[in-house]
Design a protein around this ligand. Structure first.
Ligand SMILES: [Cu+2]
Length: 201
């Protein structure tokens, strides 16, 4: 009887430890964009408040890869299909304001930057932007976006450094508030990481 109880306690302890390791791994892995600053980073640095769990783990917006043919569902592109990060999908901040934007200029070179807490083998980085006249009053969908990336950076399965910058030309013909969707596709899993950045052209 005593032995059984001990064994049960040991199994219970092991299960708890296993769950802890898993959740810690999820929270410490991955990456996000900070140039132009992403919604998850704005939540993490306190510029936007009351975002929920994303403020503690801006690097964790991980969802299925294969956008736009596959990938997160429409309306969940900025949260990577993670309902616990739903505030990232909302057209307004949790306090009801507009998301802060980064000023950019069409046709000019821009340096995009990622911060990584785990340097996964990488297929590529792709950047998409919304169409002129996109619907700014709902959560982002494929119909809002030009689903041809304006920048693709192939990475050949290599692992990036902890901070990675690369430059590309911003598209022309856009004005006002737009969204840039950055996608980091992992080579050796079925997943990708998503980051939405509000910009003003
Ligand atoms: Cu990771």
């Amino acid at each position: 009887m005593r032995t059984k109880a001990k064994l049960y306690a040991a199994v219970l302890g092991l299960t708890t430890a296993g769950a802890f390791v898993l959740s810690t791994g999820g929270a410490s892995s991955h990456g996000y964009t900070d140039l132009p600053i992403s919604r998850q980073k704005l939540c993490a640095n306190g510029t936007v408040t009351n975002c929920g769990g994303i403020q503690w783990e801006p690097q964790s917006v991980e969802g299925p890869k294969g956008f736009p043919a596959a990938g997160p569902a429409d309306g969940q592109l900025c949260s990577g299909n993670n309902s616990r990060f739903a505030p990232l999908d909302s057209p307004r901040t949790p306090s009801g304001g507009a998301w802060p934007t980064t000023k950019v200029t069409g046709g000019q070179s821009y340096t995009f930057r990622w911060q990584f807490t785990a340097m996964h083998a990488t297929t590529d980085f792709k950047y998409y932007v919304t169409r002129q006249g996109w619907n700014q009053n709902h959560a982002l969908t494929r119909a809002d976006l030009n689903t041809t990336p304006f920048l693709t950076v192939p990475y050949g399965g290599q692992r990036p450094p902890a901070t990675l910058s690369h430059s590309g030309t911003l598209p022309t013909g856009l004005s006002g508030h737009h969204m840039i969707l950055a996608v980091w596709t992992i080579a050796d899993t079925g997943n990708a990481f998503y980051a939405c950045s509000d910009v003003t052209f």
